[in-house]
Design a protein around this ligand. Structure first.
Ligand SMILES: Nc1ncnc2c1ncn2[C@@H]1O[C@H](COP(=O)(O)OP(=O)(O)OP(=O)(O)O)[C@@H](O)[C@H]1O
Ligand SMILES: [Mg+2]
Length: 342
């Protein structure tokens, strides 16, 4: 697979697999992608994290030359996605939400067709198909028509198909959405394996845990804009070194409790949707003693309290002012929260 990683990505710039500047895509009056810039180092796993409709798929489709950008520019291993689209297409593989396999054919037949289309001989195509099916634990199902495949099997076959060409850069659009935990773990292993063997992976996800688990760097994208970028640790660092989680017994006390937390810790807190939950960054875990005393003096009974390393969920909440699953318009809150610098 390591053919000098496809002649060092066909003699382009090899330090950055993706270099995008101010990409814009407008659908009607909807700026689906509103000035996205990304740098993806070669050999890394880069995560683009964002909720439904954030613009992840649209960004990938532009980078993969499947959709023309309305503004901005991008290079793949140094090759311009517009002027050198033909070269770019030789360097990338795309899989994901637009699964591209024939329902009536078996897994083996699908992979053989893809291989033949890519110019492999009949024998090579057969060997390649068998090898990939083995690698993706699909050997048993290989002869069955695709219409009988589960979602997880389809997803793995889709990824397998995109690997026939062994592209230096692989775009994975939400590779594990809807998969069960075991299949998701298998997928993660496969993705790590791809990078070990020399590929660069750009994946989109709505799962913070997935980005946390896999990605070297992450861009958080919200409503068409990159709202934060960095390593997982940098992003976590942006919400403080530790984070306080507090659940109070009586939800009616939430305002007093929140005020107490903010006064004692001297920070902004977030109140999560479920009643009675407060989350706040903490610079110094020792302050928890002061906080407990203050809460008792205020007559607030606690159901649960913990101090832990911040999760990416909290990072997202802090940066965007709304949770990952939330689509509701909370623009006032998000404007305030965006002042957090990363
Ligand atoms: N072909 C299209 N025509 C019109 N609007 C579109 C089109 N494709 C995407 N959009 C809109 O652009 C915005 C971004 O969509 P996109 O699919 O890029 O989001 P996403 O981050 O991939 O979301 P998801 O997590 O749901 O896949 C959405 O508001 C979507 O409705
Ligand atoms: Mg999408």
């Amino acid at each position: 697979m390591k053919q000098g990683y496809r002649e060092s990505a066909l003699h382009g710039n090899s330090d950055l697999a993706v270099e995008a500047h101010g990409l814009v895509k407008t659908f009607g009056d909807n700026r689906a992608v509103d000035g996205v810039s990304l740098n993806v180092p070669t050999g890394s796993i880069y995560g683009v994290l964002g909720p439904n409709g954030a613009g992840k798929t649209t960004t990938i489709r532009m980078l993969a030359t499947l959709l023309r950008a309305d503004g901005g520019s991008a290079r793949i291993f140094g090759h311009d996605i517009v002027k050198e689209a033909q070269i770019v297409r030789q360097l990338i593989g795309v899989t994901g939400q637009y699964a591209s396999v024939d329902e009536s054919l078996s897994a083996t037949e699908n992979l053989i067709i893809f291989s033949r289309l890519l110019g492999l001989s009949r024998a090579e195509a057969k060997r390649k198909a068998a090898e990939l099916l083995e690698e993706f634990s699909l050997t048993e199902a290989a002869k069955r028509p695709l219409k009988n495949f589960s979602g997880g099997m389809r997803r793995r076959l889709d990824l397998a198909a995109s690997l026939i060409a062994q592209p230096p850069l692989i775009f994975l659009d939400e590779p594990t959405t809807g998969l069960d935990p075991r299949t998701r773990n298998q997928m993660w292993d496969t993705i790590r394996q791809l990078v070990k063997s020399g590929s660069t992976v750009l994946l989109t996800t709505q799962y913070l845990q997935e980005a946390d688990e896999l990605a070297d760097r992450i861009a958080v994208i919200d409503r068409g804009k990159v709202v934060a970028e960095g390593t997982v640790d940098e992003l976590k660092g942006s919400v403080g070194t530790s984070s306080l989680h507090l659940t109070i017994k009586n939800p009616h006390d939430i305002h007093i409790a929140r005020n107490t937390v903010e006064r004692v810790l001297n920070v902004q807190s977030s109140v999560l949707a479920e009643a009675g939950r407060i989350t706040a960054p903490m610079a110094d875990a020792d302050r928890v003693t002061d906080l407990l005393i203050a809460l008792r003096e205020a007559g607030i009974a606690l159901a649960e309290l913990s101090v832990q390393k911040p999760t990416l969920d909290e990072v997202f909440l802090t940066i965007t002012g709304h949770g990952v699953q939330e689509d509701a318009d909370m623009s006032n809150q998000s404007k305030q929260a965006r002042e957090v610098s990363v």
